[in-house]
Design a protein around this ligand. Sequence first.
Ligand code: SF4
Length: 143
Amino acid sequence: MICHRQIGLEQRDGDDVGRDPRAMSADELKQLGHNRVSPLRALRLKCLDCCNESAQEVRLCTAVDCASWPFRLAKNPWLSPLSAEARAQKADLMRRNRVSALTTPDKNQVQIDASDFDRLGVPKDTAVDLPSSKLGVAEGGAS
Ligand code: SF4
């Protein structure tokens, strides 16, 4: 529930308009009920909202001209699949970062941002993969 809706609005020519989120703090966004999610996750959530929370309906959506349509299953189809080598490299970096996080629990955000994971350009906001059952994706191919 949005308790502080006014935080997201500003006056323009006497009317309420939405504020620029780039000029808002994380606290202000949280007060509006937003959570820190990746853009892909936000698109997925919007699609679920559009389909009355039915993952199956999102999967079956026929609005192919909707800007969200290619992203509705929380994956970016424009990215080419990783090669086996790149996948292994990414897995190795994730394993090293996990070990690093466990052995240096007081790592600050600057140190985390400077980690190998970030230097290789892997986006920090990579969507968390959902199981196909959550995405309403049938195993074994498209409908
Ligand atoms: S892609 Fe389909 S489910 Fe997603 S917002 Fe557009 S119309 Fe709704």
